[in-house]
Ligand binder design. Structure first.
Ligand code: PLP
Length: 414
């Protein structure tokens, strides 16, 4: 069977192009191995991973403790469905509730499913606790949000590529400007049907937009004032990425509903979760919601191991320190640069803004050149490159990466 032989990069790309739906535009690199902060392509070239699978691999590629937990559990029991109990789910739920300090957890698989779950919980709470009239509940979201790809979630996206020709759209969402407290209060004050405010503590996909200091605290206070649930989508920002366990921890904000995905599994297996306290989570009753794979024993084992690694290896503190170093090194470069306007971010979730038109391909070309120089990153919306390496990186490795990045950028200075 030809497909079992080692393919060249070109052969692998040709196969995907011919047999796969074209729903992504990958950088032309074909990987077949990963370890820690490194990945290797099929020709054996080694790269620093500066995307970490959109922050799913915070613990580094193929972390032995996480992979070990998965292999071990996979040889014992993989799936029972929730028709029966299994001996791992309750352990994981207790572990995660204590870890994140919530009463209850609802397990799902992907980030988008967890967002959908949060929206459903919020709506049910609106009718059964807040007593909003049936079908009248509204949820406030932010412009330029990214919460996933389901029909409901893209209904409140404002990315035309993600939305166009996927209608009709789900109703019940109000879009306001991100980082704008007046807009939030305006919409809360005049609308008793608002049930929730769904927000990313830092907008990752949009280009790593960090809101003003105090935004999350004040937004949470407004939600409390108007009896509205503050729903934090920490699928990308959570699990130590921004230098705290959760990005809301920078402002000591406690969400009413917390959405986790990506790195809660260390990138080895799809795991996502929604956490809330009893007065909110208890609106969910048997039959209201579910998932065949959600809460399976492998997911439970993997997620516990992944969260233990975050604590054992103090990844939040590492991300905080390395992030300061990374931005100060890049800021020093930017002072002399015509091609980069600025670097922004928190912890190891950062981005540089390229000095060129939104629709030019400079950011893409820089990423291709970075790949040639041994570092993998990807443009986000507009002319922005996100830099999000695994958090297990050492200081020496980070400085090596800074050298690759600045050397590459120099090729684009005119
Ligand atoms: C990636 C992401 C999602 C969606 O997660 P999937 O696992 O791709 O469905 C949701 N919210 C945010 C903030 C994300 O970054």
């Amino acid at each position: 069977m030809a497909v079992l032989n080692q393919l060249s990069s070109q052969e692998a790309i040709t196969l995907e192009n011919k047999y796969g739906a074209h729903n992504y535009h990958p950088l032309p690199v074909v990987l077949n191995r990963g370890e820690g902060v490194f990945v290797w392509d099929v020709e054996g070239k080694k790269y620093y991973d500066f995307l970490s699978a959109y922050s799913a691999v915070n613990q580094g590629h193929c972390h032995p403790k996480i992979v070990g937990a998965m292999v071990n559990q996979a040889q014992t029991l993989t799936l029972t469905s929730r028709a029966f109990y299994n001996d791992m789910l309750g352990k994981f739920e207790k572990f995660a509730c204590e870890y994140f300090k919530f009463d209850k957890l609802l397990p799902m698989n992907t980030g988008a499913e967890a967002v959908e779950t949060a929206l459903k919980i919020c709506r049910k709470w609106a009718y059964e606790v807040k007593s909003i009239d049936e079908n009248e509940a509204e949820i406030i979201v932010c412009e330029n949000n990214f919460h996933g790809r389901t029909t409901t979630i893209i209904s409140f996206s404002n990315d035309p590529v993600a939305r166009k020709n996927f209608g009709p759209y789900t109703k019940g969402f109000i879009k306001i400007e991100y980082n704008n407290l007046d807009a939030l209060e305006e919409n809360l004050k005049n609308n008793p049907n608002v049930a929730g405010f769904l927000v990313e503590p830092i907008q990752g996909e949009a280009g790593v937009y960090v809101p003003d200091e105090g935004y999350l605290t004040k937004a949470k206070a407004l939600c409390e004032k108007y009896n509205v649930l503050f729903i934090a989508d920490e699928v990308q920002t959570g699990i130590a990425r921004t230098g705290k366990l959760l990005a809301v921890n920078h402002e000591n904000v406690k969400p009413d509903i917390l959405i986790l995905g990506k790195a809660i599994s260390g990138g080895v297996y799809p795991v996502s979760a929604v956490l809330a306290n009893d007065p909110v989570m208890n609106v969910i009753k048997p039959g209201n919601h579910g998932s065949t794979f959600g809460g399976n024993p492998v997911a439970a084992a993997v997620a516990m191991a992944a969260l233990e690694v975050v604590e054992d290896e103090q990844l939040a503190d590492k991300a905080l320190e390395l992030g300061v170093l990374f931005r100060s090194e890049l800021n020093a470069y930017i002072e002399t640069s015509g091609i980069v306007n600025l670097v922004r971010g928190k912890g190891l979730l950062n981005a540089i803004v390229i000095n060129d038109d939104e629709d030019s391909d400079t950011a893409w070309n820089i990423c291709v050149a970075l790949k040639e120089n041994g570092l993998l990153a990807k443009p986000t919306h507009g002319n922005i490159i996100r830099f999000a390496p695994p958090l297990v990186m050492t200081k020496e490795e980070l400085l090596d990466c800074v050298k690759i990045i600045t050397t590459t950028l120099k090729q684009f200075e005119s």
